[in-house]
Design a protein around this ligand. Structure first.
Ligand code: PMT
Length: 399
């Protein structure tokens, strides 16, 4: 793992109440062995004084492009060259928009253009602002350009709202920067992920299926893409857009998902089965809507193929990460599933208490033949990044 030790980190701070958390981030980065320089936007200085960052980092803080004294000591181009990594925390909606446009109308936006280093942003804003199509569009543009996005988290906000838009906690941000150091962890790898539910038709208007929003599988697709992988997402019916740079094949049923997976599996390095595939389908789906003529209706069901188990037992198949959704005896059932399906790794989640399905947050018990790791409750995107950290360690050992 690359880690932040001995790295030159340029910490950009933009205007938002979360700016106070970045003081702690600067402290943690220094403690982890990084060298830290801080650049603040004019709006950021309204929330935290540059002196606070100067006291923590022991280095002068820069706020203006036109500062003769600072330019004489270290010019802005030199500063851009100095940085091994840039981290913008918090990244406001305004800053993301200026960055997406490629503006250079203050020191920090200029540095983003002038630096060849990797850039990570930790967005922080009101939940409605975060969900606004303009912000999401800017986010996609930035991601397409390789900007790494840390968070945001979902929860209570300073403005009193609840929802996505809260900046990651400094310790989580450090872990994210430290573990993957982002780009390149899966560079050159081809990853196939199944996500969402499958719908098995009873008649043209009714189906049986499992609960799944697709959030976890899509978060994994985004995380693998950020790690440099070539990602194919085979998705059941969900209402999520494909993450930037991810190829998606849409399917409805387990049989269609099975076909899409096996048409593509042979060139794949890592297979992730996150879909909530229906284990059974109606034996005789009706062509016309079934009329309500009697008080009872019996539907005969037949087994669907087990996509994950079939992939895991392929000769010279890919590394396989399966999921297990359990309502009881999580550890025992997950260990049994790991063996039964012969997968390399299994991420088990309890779906008994409102967690797992559809929610924005989740917790996972990740197991493999020789070990296990518990990933605590966190936003699904963050959870996906943590899971990839665990997977990368084991995958490299098996390679
Ligand atoms: O989509 P979200 O709302 O974000 O919710 C995420 C999730 C709860 C759906 C996800 O975290 C999860 O647990 N996915 C697996 C759900 C599931 O079907 O679990 P299972 O224990 O029934 O299946 C075990 C594994 O076999 C899974 O990897 C599943 O994809 C795979 N499987 C199951 C049946 C089948 N016919 N083919 C399969 O490939």
């Amino acid at each position: 793992m690359a880690g932040v030790a001995n790295q030159n980190i340029l910490l950009g701070v933009t205007g938002g109440i979360a700016a106070y958390k970045s003081v702690e981030l600067a402290r943690l980065l220094l403690k982890a062995g990084a060298r830290v320089r801080v650049v603040m936007t004019e709006a950021a200085t309204r929330f935290v004084s540059p002196l606070t960052f100067q006291a923590v980092t022991g280095s002068p803080v820069r706020c203006s492009l036109f500062d003769e004294e600072h330019e004489a000591a270290m010019g802005h181009i030199e500063l851009a060259r100095w940085a091994d990594q840039m981290v913008i925390a918090p990244a406001s909606a305004d800053f993301m928009a200026r960055m997406a446009l490629g503006l250079a109308n203050d020191l920090l936006t200029t540095l983003c253009l002038a630096s060849a280093s990797s850039i990570a942003i930790a967005p922080a804003m009101n939940q409605r602002m975060w969900q606004h199509p303009a912000v999401q569009h800017n986010l996609s543009l930035l991601e397409e350009r390789g900007v790494r996005v840390l968070g945001p988290e979902s929860g209570e906000q300073a403005c009193g709202d609840t929802g996505p838009g809260r900046m990651l906690e400094p310790a989580d941000m450090l872990a994210a920067l430290d573990s993957a150091s982002g780009a390149g962890l899966f560079a050159g790898k081809k990853v196939l992920i199944t996500a969402g539910p499958t719908h098995e038709a009873i008649d043209p208007v009714r189906f049986i299926g499992n609960r799944s929003s697709g959030k976890m599988g899509y978060a994994l697709a985004r995380a693998f893409r950020r790690g440099g992988a070539d990602v194919l997402l085979v998705s059941g019916p969900v209402s999520l857009p494909a993450p930037p740079g991810v190829n998606r094949v849409n399917v409805q049923t387990a049989l269609q998902m099975h076909k899409a997976v096996f048409e593509n599996i042979h060139s794949v390095d890592i297979f992730v089965g996150c879909a909530a595939v229906a284990d059974y389908r109606p034996e005789n789906p009706q062509q016309q809507k079934i009329k309500k003529l009697s008080d009872r209706m019996d539907i005969s069901l037949v087994r669907n193929p087990d996509i994950l188990a079939e992939v895991a037992t392929l000769e010279e198949g890919p590394y396989t990460l399966g999921f297990a959704a359990e309502t009881q005896n999580l550890v025992e059932n997950a260990r049994a599933k790991l063996l039964a399906k012969q997968v390399d790794m299994l991420a088990a989640n309890s779906v008994a208490d409102g967690m797992g399905f559809e929610s924005d947050e989740n917790t996972l018990l990740v197991i493999w033949p020789e070990g296990e790791k518990h990933l605590p409750v966190q936003d699904k995107q963050q959870l996906a990044e943590s899971l990839l950290g665990v997977l990368a360690d084991q995958y490299r050992r098996d390679e």
